[in-house]
Write a protein that binds this ligand. Structure first.
Ligand code: ADP
Length: 171
């Protein structure tokens, strides 16, 4: 899989799928979640509510999918990142699961291109360097015959600098 880094707003990304850093209620929230629901329109929320009614809340580290509503992306994969509480081992495992479960779900939908935000590094306060390391490691370890491109969409300067540094190291 090709790995790319983009600085910007994930709601503007075209392609098969974008990932949302959702919360377990699936009913929208702040940060990237709010931006995706605002730009994507009410269809995404309605689909989230239907999923919630069927299977309950989305657990941390799990992922569900809706269409992209009014977004240029075809699908939104909603995954729930861990809230940082200082437990590095547990938090790291849960964050890794977000990437793995999202990629597996994407494969099941025959997704060729997928864009990730920097899950958990906003309101959920996960240390940015550790989060970037986990994100990059999980994507690199995920061998896919289906997904061709993974884009890391960094919104803030700090994450962009961290991803640039780590991706430079592996190139
Ligand atoms: P979490 O609750 O998982 O921490 P946040 O949305 O608060 O989720 O933050 C996750 C990351 O998403 C942060 O790095 C934040 O800068 C970034 N972000 C916020 N808005 C957008 C956006 N429109 N596109 C891409 N990334 C965004």
């Amino acid at each position: 899989m090709n790995i790319e880094l983009i600085k910007g707003d994930i709601t503007k990304i075209e392609g098969d799928a974008i990932v949302n850093a959702a919360n377990s209620s699936l009913l929208g929230g702040g940060g990237v979640d709010g931006a995706i629901h605002r730009a994507g329109g009410k269809q995404i929320l309605e689909e989230c509510m239907a999923i919630r009614n069927r299977q309950g809340k989305c657990k941390t580290g799990e992922a569900i999918v809706t269409t992209g509503g009014n977004l240029p992306a075809k699908y939104v994969i909603h995954t729930v990142g861990p809230v940082w509480n200082g437990d590095e081992e547990k938090g790291s495992k849960l964050l890794a699961n977000c990437y793995i479960k999202s990629l597996k779900l994407a494969e099941s939908l025959d997704v060729k291109t997928i864009a990730f935000p920097n899950i958990s590094t906003g309101i959920y306060r996960f240390p940015k360097e550790l989060a970037a390391k986990i994100a990059i490691d999980e994507v690199r370890n995920f061998k896919s015959e289906i997904i061709e491109k993974v884009v890391f969409v960094c919104f803030d300067d700090e994450n962009e600098a961290i991803y640039n540094e780590f991706l430079k190291e592996i190139r």
